[in-house]
Design a protein around this ligand. Sequence first.
Ligand code: ARE
Ligand code: CA
Length: 442
Amino acid sequence: MRIGTFVHLFEWSHGDVAIECEAFLGPKKFSAVQVSPPNEHIVGDEWWTRYQPVSYALESRSGSHEAFVDMVKRCKAVGVDVIVDVVVNHMAAGSEGVGVNGTHYTNRNFDPLYSPDDFHHSESDNQSNCQVNDYNDLENVQKCDLVGLPDLDTSSPKVQKTIASYLDNLLEAGVAGFRLDASKHQESEALGQYLSQMSSTTVPYVFCEVIEGDEEAVKAEMYFDYCDVTEFNFAQEVGSNIVSPGKMKFLSGVGSSWGLIPSDSAVTFTDNHDTQRGNAPLTYKDGPLYDVFNIFLLTSDYGYPKLMSSYEFDDPDQGPPDSSPCDGHGWVCEHRRYGGLVAWRISAGENEVSNFQSLDDGEGDVICFSRGNAAFVAINRSEDTFVLKCGTETNLRAGTYYNVLDDNESTIDIDESGKVSNDIEIGAMGAVALHLGAMHEY
Ligand code: ARE
Ligand code: CA
């Protein structure tokens, strides 16, 4: 079971990530931060320019090589690992261009890294390739170009060596993990091969971006030997029980019995940088209901949760604001709202969900559960204040606890038999979370 929590600081600059590690992520005990691809990419204001690599120089919209190394060092010093978004399924599209670090490229030619023969290509013409257009066909998904992006031949020894050396460079800078972008579009054995060619003695944490669609050719389980895998169905399945009222009561036992991949392989999230522009059930735009979803994400015993931290957007292509995050100018900073739950998860540890109760006479909007004797949460998804009755079982030992979702402003007493000692009001779309690590008097 994963006791950690990580956060994707989407499109934050290296300098701002370093500050956030020191000011918030470290003190709150986040295990890691996922950063946007740090390597050279095409020029442009859109966020997705970062997914079109031009070279593996660590120069990007987020900052210079020097700033990158400084960020990794500063985050590490406060106990926060840096997970890099690694884009190696493909390179930049187009017949010609220049990257943000001045590297010039032409169609399928990225001197000195890759030449046209290092890419999958048509039999008769190394300047063109098929397009990904049939998700039922493994070859098509893995060997054709994804949205027009020249597809690297990841089974080629030369390409594998080049990728492994990029990964080694990242580890040398102190990076602790990788998100392998578009893993679904790379043969899993080939992905395993380049990972095994790294020479660094550091063993990174690796997770693969695989969106397993119904009836599609690529399955998440093909990757389990090499990496954890993004479980996109967690957001869909759990989200649908949060979006509609009356269904919170169904959230006991989220896991394999729901058709999800094994918990130990799953990276979970409510939304990510793609789905918040696509089919996410809830995003920051949904206000308190989205908070309920994130609170469930972080208190669930399933998967390794990743919080999304966004900037506000109307246009889905829009790049990040030109200001410092979390100062109110265009950044959402969702992760700041749930900092207390990171320590809650650490207290909950390996304990599975127990004592799951539906508290509102079958209405199904208010639930509570415990994680062993270490942590307890009550979530009110209704539009009204709910009174958590004196006498509700928590499984906690007697004492006075802070509600960690309330910046420790309020305290709650638990009696000798593990029950709530007084009636407690939980606001609409609110929650109370208590754990052994946040007791008032002990
Ligand atoms: C941009 C333009 C395109 C243009 C292209 C080349 O938007 O119009 O053709 O450049 O010039 C991101 C953006 C893309 C962007 C790309 C490169 O989302 O719009 O293209 O960067 O700049 C599939 C993949 C999955 C992928 C999603 C988006 O399987 O791997 O599509 N996700 C990752 C990243 C993205 C990133 C890329 C991959 C590429 O997280 O941010 O793209 O590096 C079903 C299927 C899924 C499929 C999904 C959506 O659910 O089962 O497999 O996901 O539909 O199509
Ligand atoms: Ca591919």
